[in-house]
Design a protein around this ligand. Structure first.
Ligand code: PLP
Length: 398
């Protein structure tokens, strides 16, 4: 088929690297290859490039450059924040509080820490996906050393009451970590104003390259090393630096925070148009997550009587990239822990679809996605025994 239309609506999974970012990275793959730890000019130039990127990250979140540490991505930053503080503060206590809807990089790390003898409280969320600060307050004990609650959820887009969480933690003298991987570039963040002690970010979620991220560690926070080896990153994170990746991250975060408001407003308008049409023109559909306190590009909807996986296949066939609420990455069909945590029944969770819009999406993309989605849902329902059952029951009641 020549020139099949293709639409990318999976920006929460990853984003295309900005061409300007690629341009900024290229020299650091080729003639600027010096090892930043060496002492000659070529090496010092690499070192300077890293320090420039560090300043850009610090500026983007209201931190100091010496509080930014580069990592291999969001997953490593999350592991380091949790494992590093848990072991450093073990003498003070062994209790960690998190939410029941964290990304696996937090959830599975907490499960690992439980095996190491730590005790973890997983806070429930309300039907919109927010934790209740009253639950947080009552979960805190004398042994609580760390609270880790994500800034915005990757599946349903719900934004947590981060400022209130930060305030509670600061008053109690407990460290507050937030996985802000989905929030950077979407929501303005100032770690001082929000009382955040540790923050994870990942470049490929904001139009930067994959395999590079950062952890903000507030000055004075006690944290063990996680990657052991040489003395890079002021002896806190070993390994020869990913210079092109770090330069890309710095360029991307600077651009995305500069244009944050304009971009997210435009994306929000586009998202609302598509969302409103889906909810009003496709019957037996519900929105998952909060109506307004959600990431600008996020749509997460459940279609009754169908399987998200089948829907994805039909959309893929039409050239549309989207996600579902089943943990398809593991090859299993477990419904998403996030959708179950907001109270969805497993069958409704199975019929869920995530569309995440980004910078390059247009009104034309919306039109195409809506038309293909409506067709696909109708087609799957026409084949669904559950839907046939429903129609039969309904006709008996008329
Ligand atoms: C993508 C993501 C991660 C993992 O980041 P990587 O850089 O892909 O390892 C962690 N947390 C959230 C909320 C994410 O969306």
């Amino acid at each position: 088929m020549a020139n099949q239309k293709s639409v990318y609506m999976d920006h929460s999974a990853t984003t295309a690297t900005d061409p300007e970012v690629v341009q900024a990275m290229i020299p650091w793959f080729s003639n600027q290859y010096g090892n930043p730890s060496s002492l000659y000019k070529l090496a010092r130039e690499s070192k300077t490039a890293i320090e420039n990127a560090r300043s850009k990250v610090a500026t983007a979140i209201g931190a100091k450059p010496e509080e930014i540490f580069f990592t291999s991505g969001g997953t490593e930053s999350d592991n380091w924040a949790l494992i590093g503080t848990a072991f450093a503060l073990r003498k003070k206590g062994n209790h960690i509080i998190t939410s029941g809807i964290e990304h696996h990089a937090i959830q599975h790390t907490c499960e690992y820490l439980e095996k190491q003898g730590f005790s973890v409280t997983y806070l429930p969320v309300d039907e919109s996906g927010k934790i209740r600060t009253a639950d947080l307050k009552s979960a805190i004990t004398d042994g609580t050393i760390l609270v880790s609650v994500m800034f915005a959820n990757n599946e349903i887009g719900t934004i947590q009451p981060v400022k209130e969480i930060g305030k509670i933690c600061r008053e109690k003298g407990i460290l507050f970590h937030t996985d802000a991987v989905q929030a950077i570039g979407n929501i303005p963040i100032d770690v001082g104003d929000l009382n955040i002690d540790l923050l994870s970010l990942s470049s490929h979620k904001f139009y930067g390259p994959k395999g590079t991220g950062a952890l903000f560690i507030r000055k004075g926070v006690r944290i063990d090393n996680y990657i052991h080896g040489g003395g890079q990153e002021r002896r806190k994170r070993a390994g020869t630096e990913n210079v092109p990746g770090i330069v890309g991250l710095g360029t991307a975060i600077e651009k995305v925070t500069r244009n944050l408001e304009d971009n997210s407003n435009r994306i929000r308008v586009l998202r609302d148009r598509l969302l409103d049409r889906i909810l009003s023109e496709i019957p037996h559909t519900r929105l998952n997550g909060h109506r307004t306190d959600r990431l600008a590009g996020n749509i997460n909807v459940s279609f009754e009587f169908i399987e998200g996986e089948s829907l994805l296949l039909l959309l893929d066939h039409a050239g549309i990239a989207a996600s579902t609420g089943s943990a398809c990455s593991s090859g299993s069909l477990e419904p998403s822990h996030v959708l179950l945590a907001i109270g969805l029944r497993a069958e409704i969770a199975h019929g869920s679809l995530r569309l995440t819009l980004g910078r390059e999406n247009t009104e034309e993309d919306n039109e195409y996605v809506f038309a293909e989605l409506k067709k696909a849902v109708e087609r799957l329902r026409a084949m669904s025994p559950l839907y046939a059952d429903y129609l039969k029951k309904r006709s008996r009641h008329v």
